[in-house]
Design a protein around this ligand. Structure first.
Ligand code: SF4
Length: 350
């Protein structure tokens, strides 16, 4: 599904005109939206403080905005006072974290993205079948820690194609690969290719583990990159899918690429001699931050904005069931509903 649409009257200006190519889709995915709304609704329902284990999503702006409203971010479950309410982040947690919360009598709201939960279930199922599971992902990332915790005895982490040479399994006839949801599609396929060379019986996951949002954002960047002198990706450094977008842009022909949390992190020197700037944002980034970057560019002559749409997205997840149940009992709306004042997510520009 590939279309391009011009959204600017100025787009037919001469070749020397400075312009912006704006990726679509970009920004919030269904899992991030659900996780952020879960914290907002929990604050409305229970009142502050609502504890959140780890950053609810990997975005500085979202975290600081929720903090101002009364969310308290902690690193570990034992930092939450006994009996308090804690939200688990979109990246998911290992079963041991649920046990810790139970031991402290915490009220838990699990905002793990359903697409991460799907990978957890796959891990459990293949471990039950005594498979060796080769999990492609980044060591130390919260999602990888959570998934590995489902079947630590069966899972081996494979970080990159170069890692494959060192991978060993118990039985090469019973091996499956799974992956983190936010990886580069191309690099992951290269890792799988090398794994399959080594273990010809390697099984694929039942369905794609790299999620639709990661794939679509990379697809848009791939389309735009050959035309871009510079790619600006709005996102935080600890956001895996945002970091991947910069790498994908460079791999597919963008001359230069940078990750910025806010417009004021853009270095004027990056724009020297640049005619076409590509702009996109990671799956945890509110649209207000992209708007800031577009305003910054418009002030410097890049007012001609053309949207490059690689896919349509309409997925919405319902809120975590424990939260829906409590909202319903309190006579409150239990549907997904964004509090724009909290995240300043003013929706899509185009
Ligand atoms: S990036 Fe994908 S897996 Fe992660 S929260 Fe969004 S939809 Fe879920």
């Amino acid at each position: 599904m590939t279309t391009s649409a011009s959204t600017s009257a100025a787009s037919d200006a001469g070749q020397s005109t400075k312009r912006v190519l704006l990726a679509a889709p970009r920004g919030y995915c269904a899992g991030v939206d659900r996780a952020v709304v879960s914290v907002e609704r929990a604050l409305e329902l229970y009142g502050p403080p609502v504890y959140v284990r780890k950053e609810i999503v990997h975005n500085k702006h979202v975290v600081t905005t929720l903090e101002k409203r009364g969310a308290v971010f902690v690193e570990e479950t034992d930092e939450v006072p006994e009996g308090a309410t804690v939200v688990f982040s979109a990246h998911g947690v290992a079963p041991v974290v649920h046990d810790e919360a139970k031991a402290l009598s915490l009220k838990t709201i699990d905002a793990t993205c359903p697409l991460v939960t799907k990978v957890h279930r796959e891990a459990v199922r293949f471990a039950d079948g005594d498979y060796d599971i080769l999990l492609i992902g980044h060591e130390g990332h919260e999602e990888v820690i959570g998934t590995s915790g489902e079947a630590p005895e069966n899972i081996t982490l494979v970080e990159s194609p170069d890692d494959v040479a060192n991978v060993e399994v118990r039985n090469p006839d019973k091996v499956v690969w799974l992956s983190q949801t936010t990886l580069s599609v191309d690099e992951t396929m290269e890792t799988v290719r090398r794994l399959r060379e080594k273990f010809p019986a390697l099984q694929d996951p039942p369905s794609d583990d790299i999620c639709y949002a990661t794939q679509n954002r990379q697809l848009a960047v791939k389309q735009m990159s050959p035309d871009c002198d510079l790619m600006l990706v709005v996102g935080s450094r600890n956001s895996s899918n945002s970091v991947r977008l910069v790498e994908v842009a460079i791999d597919h022909g963008a001359q230069d690429g940078h990750l910025v949390d806010y417009a004021d992190e853009i270095d004027e020197a990056w724009l020297e001699g640049v005619r076409t700037v590509g702009v996109t944002s990671g799956a945890s980034v509110p649209e207000i931050l992209v708007r800031g970057v577009l305003d910054y560019l418009a002030e410097r002559g890049y007012a001609d904005v053309t949207a490059v749409r690689a896919a349509e997205e309409s997925l919405i997840f319902s809120l975590p069931k424990e939260l829906r149940k409590d909202l319903k009992s309190a006579g409150m709306d239990d549907k997904m509903k964004h509090d724009a004042a909290s995240t300043e997510d003013a929706g899509q520009l185009h």
